[in-house]
Design a protein around this ligand. Structure first.
Ligand code: SF4
Length: 962
C-alpha cells in the first residue's frame, strides 16, 4: 500500500442530476475511495450504488486498460488509430475545421457536446460556435433528456427555471411522480422522499407510469397508463377539478392568462373519456385529481416519460397547467419539478449551449438578447437562425450537408435514435473529431482524431443540479497521461482557428483574445457576468463563496447572501405581463402507433446500477450483479403466447432494424409492451442487421421522430415486432481473470466477435462480473486462482459454429488446454470445459458450446466459490442431468449490490420474520446487512417485505434458530 498521506477532496458525483456531493479519497495520484459529502445539501452524505463505486472506476487497472491517454489519429476509417503529439493534433483539428468552414461555410460544421461537461467547458464550446464559427450548430445530448422540460417551462412559466427545491419533498402532502422511475434513476432523491413519507405518513404518492416499476410499487395509487396518453390523463384530471370546483379561481385570475381556451378544451375530457384514452380506471383518475387539487401542497416530479416524446413539450405543459389551475406552485412543498437526467444539463442550458438558446437564458429570436451577447463577446452580432439540433445534425451529416462533426464527452453512436442513420452520418462526414476519456466508446471507433479528456476526479469547474444548485467540481488527482480538460482543448483549437477564420469585423489577434482563458475560473467569471439582470442572476456568487459556504441555488444576485430556494412565491412570472400562461393543447398520437406488423410498444429506460452508455459503470462487474445481461422484458401473458421461457432469444424489429435479445417475463411490463434498458449499445451487444451490417444496439430500433417544439426524440416509444427465434446453438462461458487484463480482454473479444468469422452469430455479449475492490484494498490485480473480476460471454446462432472457429475465443479466456476437464463432440459442435482452481475443489471457469442448458448451476459455482458438490467430472454432463445429479439450485437474483445479497437469502429470512413491515425490514438488515450501505435496494426490499408473508410459526422458528 502507498505510504503517501490520504487526501480528501470535495467534489460532486458525475452521474445523474441529483448532483450529490462526494469526498474523493486519494493517495498521491491515485483515487482510492469515495464517500458521500455529509455537508452537501443534495445528499447529506448519501450515495447510491453508482456514486458509491465511483472510485472503483478510477482504479489504476481501469485507467491502464480503457482510458484514452494521448491524442490518436486514424489515417483511414476502420483502421487502427496511431498516437500523435499534442501540437500536430491541435494543428490537424484546426486545419481540417478551417478548411471545411472556408469551403462549405459555417453550416458544414456540427458540434455535439454533453450534459456531462462542466459549465466552463460548455461556455467555451458555445462561444466558439456562436462567436467564432458564426452558426448556432451546437447541440448536446441534453436534447435527448431535458429539452421538452425546457420548452414546457418557457411556454408556461416564461423561463427555463425549475421552481422547486429538494426540501419541497419533505413539505409536500401529495406527490405526483410521472414518467420517472425515481427509485432507479434518482435513487438518493427517492431515498429522501421515502424518508419524508416515513416522517409524514399522510403524504400520498401517485405514480403515473406504463410499467409497474419499483417506484410504482411504493405508490398509494399507480395509474398504469397507455404509452403516450399523458395529456389525455392530465386533461381528464383537470376536467374533474373544474367539475368539482377544486381549481383555485383566485390564483387563476390574479396570476395567469389563457385559462378559458384550456377550460373549453378539457370540457370534452371527462374522466370517462380520459379512462378510455389512457387505459386507466376512471375512479383512479378521479382519485388522483382530488388528491392533487385538494392537497395543501402538491409536488410533481417528472422525467423522461414526459420528455422523450414526440409531444414532450405538450406533456410538460399539461402537467404545469394542473399546477397553475390549482395554485400548486410558488409555495412550500408545491410545484412542477423536472428531475434532470444528467449531472450538468442545467449548466449547459444556463450558458445557452444548445442550438436554440443563447447565454444566460437569452433567446435567439430577440434582437436585444443577441445584441447583449454580442456586446459581451466584443462582436457586432451573433447569428439569429437556430442551429441543427441533435437528430437534425446527424441527419444532415448522413445527407452530406454537415462535413465535420466535433463530438465532446458523449457517445452518439450509442445514445441517439436510429443508429443506422447515425452510423451513415459518422461514415459520411469528412472529419470526425472526438474528445473522450474512454478509448472504447462506439463513437471513438469513427474518429479521425481522438483527443484525450480528463474525467471525474480530474476536472475543475462547476455544475448545476436539478434544484438550480451550483456546486464546485474539484480535481483530486492530476490528469493522467496526456489527458486535458475539455475547455482547454476547445480553447486551443479555437485560438488556432481564430488565426484562420471567424468574424471579419475582428482581426485575428482580437479573435484569438476572445479565448484568452488561463483557467476554469476565468471562464466562469465571464459566464457570471453574462447573467446580470437575468432570471438566473449569479452575480452574487463566486468560486470563493462556493468554497466558503458551499453549493448555492440560483438566482443569487450581487448583494444577496444566499440563493433562492423557491421561485414564483410572489405569483409574478418572467413573462411580458408577469402572468403564467395556460397553454391549450390537444392530445396527439404517438409517432409510431402499434399496428399488425409491429404490435408491441417498446419502452427504453434505465437500470438501477447503470448509467447511460456504460463507458464508466460498465467497467465494474459489481454493477452488473443486479442485471447481468442484455435482455427484453415482456409481460408473462406475452411470454406464454409466444411460447417463450426466460432466456429464450427473441428478434425485436422496428421499421429501422432488428436486434436479438434474451427474453424475460416480468409482470411489471404491461401486455403488448416491451422494456429494454437504454444502456445496451454496440459496446456490449453484438448482432447484425438483415443486410449483414453490425447493429448499433437497442437504438437501432428507436425512432428519430421528435417533438416539433423541443426537438426531443421519442425514445420512450417505438412500435416493434417480437418473434421467437428457435436457435439451435449457443455459447456460454464464465471465468475469473486477472483484474489488470480483464477489460482489455473484453475489448479484444468484442472486436473478434464482430469479425466476419462470427457473422452467423445473431447475438453476442461479453460483460464483466465480480466484486472489484479499491486499489488500496486489492492485491494489485494479480489474482491467482480467483480474483475480483472476470468475464461472462453469451452468444447464440441459428447454425452451429465450427469448434475451430471458436478456438481463439476460448484461448483468450484461458478456457483451453490440457489442464481443463473437457468433453467434446465435434460433429455436433458440442464442447464443454471446466477450469478448476489449483486445489481442484472449486470451479474457476466454464465453457459450454452447443448445449448451454443448466449453465445457471455452473454460474453459481463459479460465483459463489463453494466447494464442488460432487465429482467435478459430473459437471460435464448435459444441463438437466447435471442439475439432477448434483441437486443444486441456481443462484438467485442479486438485490443488494453493495453487500452481494440475493433474493433467495432475503426470502429465507422474511419467511421466518414476523411483526410490522419496518420491524421485518430491520430484521433483514440485522441478519443480512442488505440495504445498510447505499440504500439503492431499499425500495425493492420494502416490496419484498410486503410480498413475502411469514410462514406459520415463524416467530417460534426464529427463536429456536437464534
Ligand atoms: Fe450520483 Fe446516485 Fe447521487 Fe445520482 S443519486 S448524483 S448517481 S450518487
Amino acid at each position: 500500500m502507498s505510504t503517501e498521506p490520504l487526501r480528501s477532496t470535495r467534489s460532486t458525483c458525475p452521474y445523474c442530476g441529483v448532483g450529490c456531493g462526494v469526498l474523493i479519497k486519494s493517495r498521491g495520484e491515485q483515487i482510492v475511495g469515495v464517500e458521500g459529502d455529509p455537508e452537501h445539501p443534495a445528499n447529506f452524505g448519501r450515495l447510491c450504488t453508482k456514486g458509491s463505486t465511483l472510485h472503483l472506476t478510477a482504479r489504476a487497472e481501469v485507467q491502464q486498460q480503457l482510458r484514452l491517454l494521448q491524442p490518436m489519429q486514424r489515417l483511414e476509417r476502420g483502421g487502427a488509430a496511431q498516437p500523435l503529439a499534442w501540437e500536430p493534433a491541435l494543428g490537424l483539428a484546426s486545419q481540417r475545421l478551417a478548411e471545411i468552414w472556408q469551403r462549405h461555410g459555417p453550416d458544414a460544421i456540427g458540434v455535439y457536446v454533453s450534459g456531462q461537461l462542466l459549465t466552463e467547458d460548455y461556455y467555451v464550446f458555445n462561444k466558439l460556435v456562436k462567436g467564432l464559427l458564426g452558426s448556432n450548430h451546437i447541440d448536446t445530448n441534453s436534447r435527448l433528456c431535458m429539452s421538452s422540460a425546457v420548452a414546457g417551462y418557457k411556454a408556461t412559466l416564461g423561463a427555463d427555471a425549475p421552481p422547486c427545491s429538494y426540501e419541497d419533498l419533505a413539505l409536500a402532502q401529495t406527490v405526483l411522480i410521472t414518467g420517472s422511475n425515481m427509485a432507479w434513476a434518482h435513487p438518493v432523491l427517492f431515498a429522501r422522499l421515502e424518508e419524508a413519507r416515513r416522517a409524514n405518513p399522510q403524504q400520498k404518492w401517485i405514480v403515473v407510469d406504463p410499467r409497474r416499476t419499483e417506484t410504482a410499487e411504493r405508490a398509494d395509487l399507480h395509474l398504469q397508463l397507455l404509452p403516450g396518453s399523458d395529456v389525455a390523463l392530465m386533461h381528464g384530471m383537470l376536467h374533474l377539478m373544474l367539475w368539482e370546483s377544486l381549481i383555485d379561481r383566485r390564483y387563476i385570475e390574479q396570476h395567469t392568462s389563457g385559462f378559458e381556451a384550456l377550460r373549453d378544451r378539457v370540457r370534452e375530457w371527462t374522466p370517462q373519456a380520459a379512462a378510455r384514452a389512457t387505459g386507466c380506471r376512471e375512479d383512479d383518475i378521479v382519485t388522483a385529481a382530488r388528491w392533487f387539487a385538494a392537497s395543501p401542497a402538491s409536488l410533481s416530479l417528472y422525467c423522461q416519460g414526459l420528455n422523450q416524446s414526440s409531444s414532450g413539450t405538450d406533456k410538460n405543459i399539461a402537467l404545469i397547467n394542473l399546477h397553475l389551475a390549482t395554485g400548486q406552485i410558488g409555495k412550500p412543498g408545491a410545484g412542477p419539478f423536472s428531475l434532470t437526467g444528467q449531472p450538468n444539463a442545467m449548466g449547459g442550458r444556463e450558458v445557452g449551449g444548445l442550438a436554440n438558446l443563447l447565454s444566460a437564458h437569452r433567446d435567439l429570436a430577440r434582437p436585444q438578447d443577441r445584441a447583449e451577447v454580442a456586446a459581451l463577446w466584443g462582436l457586432p452580432d451573433v447569428p439569429a437562425t437556430p442551429g441543427r439540433t441533435a437528430v437534425e445534425m446527424f441527419q444532415a451529416a448522413a445527407d452530406g450537408e454537415v462535413k465535420a462533426l466535433w463530438i465532446a464527452c458523449t457517445n452518439p453512436a450509442q445514445s441517439l435514435p436510429d443508429q443506422a442513420m447515425v452510423r451513415r452520418a459518422l461514415e459520411r462526414a469528412e472529419f470526425v473529431l472526438v474528445q473522450e476519456s474512454f478509448a472504447n466508446t462506439a463513437t471513438a471507433q469513427w474518429a479521425d482524431l481522438l483527443l484525450p479528456a480528463t474525467t471525474w476526479g480530474e476536472k475543475d469547474g462547476t455544475v448545476t443540479n436539478s434544484e438550480r444548485r451550483i456546486s464546485r467540481v474539484r480535481a483530486a488527482v492530476a490528469a493522467p497521461g496526456q489527458a486535458r480538460h475539455d475547455w482547454a482543448m476547445a480553447v486551443d483549437i479555437a485560438q488556432r482557428l481564430a488565426r484562420q477564420i471567424g468574424p471579419a469585423s475582428l482581426t485575428p489577434e482580437q479573435r484569438v483574445a476572445m479565448f484568452d482563458y488561463p483557467d476554469a475560473q476565468s471562464i466562469w467569471e465571464e459566464h457570471r457576468a453574462s447573467t446580470q439582470g437575468r432570471d438566473l442572476d449569479i452575480t452574487g456568487l463566486s468560486y470563493e463563496l462556493l468554497e466558503q459556504v458551499g453549493p448555492q441555488q440560483w438566482p443569487m444576485a450581487q448583494g444577496q447572501t444566499q440563493g433562492r430556494a423557491r421561485l414564483y412565491e410572489d405569483g409574478v412570472f418572467p413573462t411580458a405581463d408577469g402572468r403564467a400562461r395556460f397553454v391549450d393543447i390537444a392530445p396527439r398520437p404517438l409517432a409510431e402507433t402499434r399496428r399488425a406488423a409491429f404490435p408491441f410498444s417498446l419502452n427504453t429506460g434505465r437500470l438501477r446500477d447503470q448509467w447511460h452508455g456504460m463507458s464508466r459503470t460498465g467497467t465494474l462487474g459489481r454493477l452488473l450483479g443486479h442485471t447481468s445481461q442484455p435482455m427484453v422484458e415482456l409481460h408473462p401473458q406475452d411470454m406464454a403466447r409466444l411460447r417463450l421461457v426466460d432466456g429464450d432469444e427473441v428478434g425485436l424489429s422496428s421499421g429501422r432494424g432488428q436486434v436479438v435479445l434474451s427474453a424475460k417475463g416480468n409482470a411489471a411490463v404491461a401486455p403488448a409492451q416491451a422494456f429494454v434498458p437504454m444502456h445496451w449499445g454496440s459496446e456490449s451487444l453484438i448482432g447484425r442487421t438483415a443486410d449483414g451490417r453490425l447493429h448499433g444496439g437497442i437504438n437501432e430500433l428507436t425512432t428519430p421522430v421528435f417533438c416539433p417544439k423541443s426537438k426531443q426524440p421519442e425514445l420512450k416509444h417505438t412500435a416493434i415486432r417480437v418473434e421467437k427465434l428457435n436457435l439451435s446453438w449457443r455459447l456460454m462461458a464464465r471465468v475469473w481473470l486477472p483484474g489488470r487484463a480483464v477489460l482489455a480482454l473484453r475489448q479484444q473479444l468484442m472486436q473478434m466477435l464482430a469479425q466476419d468469422d462470427f457473422k452467423s452469430l445473431v447475438m453476442a455479449s461479453v460483460l464483466p462480473f465480480g466484486r472489484e475492490e479499491a486499489d488500496a484494498d486489492s492485491a494489485g490485480g494479480d489474482v491467482g486462482d480467483r480474483g475480483s473480476s472476470g468475464l461472462v460471454l453469451r452468444a447464440a446462432a441459428s447454425q452451429p459454429l465450427p469448434l475451430k472457429t471458436l478456438a481463439p475465443i476460448a484461448a483468450l479466456l484461458g478456457l483451453d488446454g490440457p489442464a481443463l476437464l473437457a468433453y467434446e463432440d465435434a460433429p455436433h459442435a458440442q464442447q464443454r470445459r471446466l477450469l478448476l482452481d489449483a486445489g481442484g475443489q472449486r470451479l474457476r471457469g466454464y465453457w459450454l458450446a452447443g448445449d448451454t442448458s443448466g449453465h445457471e448451476l455452473l454460474d453459481s459455482l463459479v460465483l459463489e466459490a463453494t466447494p464442488l458438490p460432487g465429482a467435478a467430472r459430473l459437471l460435464l454432463a448435459p444441463g438437466a442431468l447435471r442439475q439432477r445429479w448434483l441437486q443444486a439450485a441456481p443462484r438467485s437474483a442479486q438485490i443488494c449490490t453493495c453487500l452481494d445479497v440475493n433474493e433467495a437469502r432475503i426470502r429465507a429470512v422474511l419467511l421466518k420474520s414476523e411483526g410490522q413491515p419496518e420491524q421485518r425490514l430491520q430484521a433483514l438488515q440485522t441478519q443480512l446487512r442488505c440495504g445498510t450501505e447505499c440504500g439503492s435496494c431499499l425500495p425493492r426490499l420494502r416490496t419484498l417485505v410486503a410480498e413475502i408473508a411469514p410462514e406459520a410459526g415463524a416467530a417460534a422458528a426464529a427463536a429456536v434458530a437464534l
